[in-house]
Design a protein around this ligand. Structure first.
Ligand code: FAD
Length: 465
């Protein structure tokens, strides 16, 4: 069968592109996926009580207003997928000696955002003129801002220290990036985003499966699993100008959408013939993949309070999502999330990672603490088809680099994925929005490209006959 379009990667961006191309425009699409499953950074693990735990993406934004029609949430509703709201202000924070932290309890999320904005504005005013004169030399990192004005963090356990430590944690959790590397200026453009996170009841895989089933009904989509793409060739003389090589065989099509993550593009495991434009190669080098990893700790029974989130300040801030509370007692499980540098699990053993996740719990809950009956960890950094997730702007890059990646090559090679959209740039927890948007956007571009090509070949045929 001949295909109009080959989509490389069956993550949320690839599936969103396939859905629009197959259902709205009736193109024949072939999707090549390296893994033995669809879904990309969605992976649902089951506890011993068969409760689903998302090891990758898990939240969806349910905020809706005129400026933000929230098409993804609408899609979730249309597919009858239930969501569960979480109020982050109900959380408990324990301090470094194991007592509940009143100060942090009083600083609600919105106030933390306001405090961050004020801090950043303060630094921008000071550095403003210098930034205007030499933007490339004076783009401050987040670490710079948080250590301002004396180039050091405030004294431990002072209120200022706690506020700045908690801002650091909040921003690291948002960006999935090391603070000494994040561009504050790009972050500033994004930190006004108001969102209301909800968990998908029954796991994120449902949303993937629903989108896949809906697209399959069009009978225009073919999916080939276990097909890691290694080469993409373009031959303008060929009627089907694209040839895509995998470990098994070569496939041909009129045009290509590449949705592999930024980390995979950076490693250069896919060879492009002709090579990608220099602008795109530079942008791929400048941006960096963000990182989040998940540690599942399943216990026989809960020994912690009934709140959705528990935070423990123990040198760094550990965050535990309480599934016992959210599942209404169906599983005594805590899910510990690691972000940025702390999520670099590559060189750590399973035992070391679990010990790190358990230590703060032992410290706070002392005699009540019990060993887990089952543990499970994600390793998105080590995963050769992920190498991290999404992307953030370093001091040496800007949102322009995302535009360079998303700009198609002149010969009709298209790109989609979280790293090609900037609406939620540096906002890891809303990555699925950018992924979805990029898929729909690229499908519209491809439709215009193919229609234009058909028109050109019609004119050419008329001229020669
Ligand atoms: C732990 C974690 C938690 C997250 N939590 C959330 C959340 O709560 N909410 C949210 O909105 N976002 C969240 N995100 C971000 C979200 O998962 C991503 O933004 C989104 O999945 C990106 O989709 P994508 O299609 O761009 O990339 P991917 O999902 O990575 O899809 C790319 C696909 O390409 C395939 N591929 C790679 N190399 C090749 C190759 N050579 N040949 C063929 N196929 C290849 C991959 O296997 C993959 O299927 C989270 C991410 C992580 C890691």
């Amino acid at each position: 069968m001949t295909h109009n379009v080959i989509i490389i990667g069956a993550g949320f961006s690839g599936l969103s592109a396939a859905h629009t191309l197959c259902c709205d425009f009736k193109y024949k699409v072939l999707m090549l996926e390296a893994r033995d499953r669809i879904g990309g950074c969605t992976d649902t693990f089951r506890t011993q009580t068969n409760y689903p735990v998302d090891m990758g993406m898990k939240f969806i934004d349910t905020a809706q207003n005129n400026a933000n029609p929230n098409l993804l949430f609408a899609l979730t509703k249309q597919m009858n997928i239930k969501t569960m709201n979480i109020d982050p202000n109900q959380s408990i924070t324990y301090n470094s000696v194991g007592d509940p932290e009143n100060l942090l309890d009083n600083i609600k999320v919105v106030e933390k955002i306001k405090a961050t904005t004020m801090l950043i504005e303060e630094v921008k005013t000071t550095l403003g003129e210098k930034i205007k004169e030499h933007p490339e030399q004076h783009l401050p990192s987040l670490a710079h801002v948080l250590h301002y004005p004396n180039n050091q963090f405030p004294k431990p356990e002072t209120p200022e220290f706690i506020v700045r430590e908690s801002i650091t944690a909040m921003i690291t959790h948002h960006t999935g990036a090391p603070i000494q590397d994040v561009s504050v200026l790009e972050l500033l453009k994004n930190n006004q985003v108001v969102h209301k996170n909800a968990l998908i009841e029954g796991g994120m895989q449902q949303l993937i499966d629903a989108l896949y089933q809906k697209t399959m009904q069009s009978q225009n989509l073919t999916v080939e699993l276990n097909m890691p793409v290694s080469e993409i060739h373009h031959d303008p003389e060929d009627a089907l100008p694209y040839a895509v090589t995998t470990n098994h065989k070569t496939f041909k099509a009129e045009t290509i959408i590449c949705t592999v993550p930024l980390g995979v593009l950076k490693e250069g495991n896919i060879q492009f013939y002709p090579p990608l434009s220099q602008d795109k190669q530079d942008a791929i080098q400048h941006l960096k993949p963000s990182l989040e990893n998940t540690v599942v700790l399943e216990f026989k029974k809960p020994f912690w309070p009934k709140v959705p989130y528990i935070y423990i300040r123990n040198g760094e801030i550990h965050e535990y999502l309480n599934l016992d509370f959210l599942s209404k007692g169906k599983t005594a499980t805590l899910v510990c999330h690691y972000y940025g540098e702390a999520a670099q699990f590559k060189n750590k053993t399973h035992k070391q990672i679990i010990e790190d996740a358990l230590l703060p719990l032992k410290h706070v809950f002392k005699d009540k603490f019990q060993d887990p009956i089952q543990t499970h960890i994600s390793r998105w950094d080590k995963d050769q088809y992920a190498r991290g997730m999404g992307c953030y702007c370093t001091k040496a890059s800007s949102a322009l680099d995302l535009e360079k990646i998303r700009t198609p090559e002149s010969y009709g090679l298209y790109f989609a994925g979280k790293h090609t959209e900037k609406q939620y740039l540096s906002t890891l927890p809303l990555g699925i929005y950018d992924a979805h948007q990029s898929g729909v956007r690229v499908a519209l571009e491809i439709d215009a490209y193919l229609k234009n090509n058909q028109e050109l070949s019609r004119i050419a045929r008329r001229r020669f006959h």
